[in-house]
Design a protein around this ligand. Structure first.
Ligand code: AZF
Length: 438
């Protein structure tokens, strides 16, 4: 497989997120985010690590852009730190906007197409103190914030993603409690997700007025859900869990309605479902971003409130304990495209590996094999009719992996956190050759 097997205008990119790489957590007028508070709370993050410095990208962005250029990527997906550009619900932080203007200009200077993610989890603390995603007003605060970004960057940035993985923001942050703000309440998770989708819709509405020649979408983490065994019960719960983890975040945007079976089982568990603003939530988008990593095996378990248990699979796993399952990428690309008939980008795909550095080298052959197999499945999906427009690798350099701190390395570039030196791993060198094959 070669780069030229992909369509000529197919985009290969690399992705990061503000809280995971920037550092400078309290510099140049940046106000706290919920992740600053959460990571400073003992016991929340492995080894009690935090994003205060991270990869110091705030001060090293020029060097990092040079690496992106050297490897040969067409595009770079990054997120904006809401608390870095807004001091409160009304006032902008000009120094924060300046940082992103310089970043965008440097990318364009290097002929790298910027893709902006408006929200990648670092909610300003001043909003959390007003109820955060539980407060219905947040959708309009998000519209105001989005509009400021569109007005400041929309002249040069034409590809926008409103939210990264609302499932993570709502279920990990408000139900499982392992992400900021660390709540454990299913009704809150369903409420926050509905407000996240409302915020997405209001942002799309503003975008149509402010960036008329741009494209906007939303990114969902998308997992292949499979029955643990070939029994009718396992097949049923696999369909149910697919609705709860995937359909719940896609259907409202295209159909203006939550998936039926998932609604029913949530309501059977006494959870209120929200239907307001579906006309806003389903404002027409230009693409879906798919973040694909692995599959989830489920087993019928009538004793459980949602009638299923997740089973550990037997396939080779990454350092996150996620099975390596490239066929699942093909399956989900076909499924999502055929169900929603909306153009797609893979906005994240990659793996955490047992990366060890020796004499400045990291022999991550496993990551090369991971990427190759997923590229092959993406190409197969294109040949089978999926309108797939691009593929962003997660991630550029090792960075802050949320509750795992710095213990998990997803980068194609090795980050030495004591010196902040970057080292290209073998996977980056392989990608450079692959991308040169234009
Ligand atoms: O877990 C790997 C990645 N998954 N998607 C969201 C990113 O912020 C994560 O680092």
């Amino acid at each position: 497989m070669e780069r030229n097997d992909f369509p000529k205008d197919f985009i290969f990119g690399v992705a990061t997120a503000s809280y995971q790489i920037e550092g400078a957590y309290n510099e140049d007028g940046k106000v706290p985010s919920i992740w600053d508070v959460f990571s400073h709370t003992p016991g929340k993050i492995k080894n009690n690590e935090n994003g205060d410095v991270a990869c110091d990208h705030y001060h090293r962005y020029e060097e990092d852009i040079k690496i992106i250029k050297d490897i040969g990527f067409d595009a770079y997906r990054f997120s904006i730190s809401w608390p870095r550009v807004m001091k409160n619900t009304k006032e902008k932080n000009e120094k924060g906007l300046d940082f992103y203007n310089k970043l965008i200009d440097k990318l364009l200077e290097n002929n790298i197409t910027p893709f902006i993610t408006i929200y990648h989890w670092d909610l300003p603390l001043f909003l959390y103190e007003k109820g955060g995603w539980l407060n219905d007003d947040i959708a309009l605060y998000f519209q105001d914030y989005s509009s400021i970004l569109f007005q400041n960057f929309g002249d040069r940035v034409k590809h926008w993603i409103t939210l990264n993985e609302p499932w993570c923001s709502s279920f990990l942050g408000y139900f499982y409690g392992i992400h900021a703000p660390g709540h454990k309440n299913l009704q809150e998770a369903i409420k926050t997700d509905h407000n996240l989708l409302r915020a997405h819709g209001y942002s799309v509405e503003a975008f149509r007025d402010l960036v008329k020649d741009g494209k906007i979408g939303i990114t969902n983490v998308t997992t292949k859900v499979e029955p643990a065994d070939e029994t009718e019960e396992d097949f049923y719960v696999a369909l149910l869990v697919d609705e709860l983890t995937n359909g719940w975040f896609y259907d409202p945007i295209i159909f203006g309605r939550y998936p039926e079976n998932a609604r029913a089982i949530l309501q059977r568990n006494g959870i209120e479902i929200f239907e307001n603003d579906m006309n806003i939530i389903s404002k027409k988008i230009d693409f879906f971003g798919i973040n694909y990593y692995t599959r989830q095996l489920v087993k019928y378990a009538p004793e459980e409130p949602f009638m299923f248990r997740t089973i550990e699979g037997e396939l080779e796993k990454t350092e996150m304990g996620w099975e390596i399952y490239p066929e699942g990428l093909y399956d989900m690309l076909l499924k999502i495209y055929n169900r929603y008939k909306t153009p797609l980008y893979i906005t994240e795909n990659g793996m955490a590996g047992p990366d060890k550095i020796e004499n400045g080298k990291v022999h991550d052959t496993y990551r090369i094999n991971y990427l190759k197999s997923h590229f092959e499945n993406a190409l197969k999906a294109i040949k089978d009719g999926v309108d797939l427009k691009g593929y962003f690798i997660w991630t550029l350099m090792d960075n802050f992996e949320w509750a795992e701190g710095y213990s998990k390395r997803f980068g194609i570039v090795y980050t030495d956190y004591t010196t902040q030196k970057r080292y290209l791993k073998d996977s980056a060198i392989w990608l450079k050759k692959f991308l040169e094959g234009k």
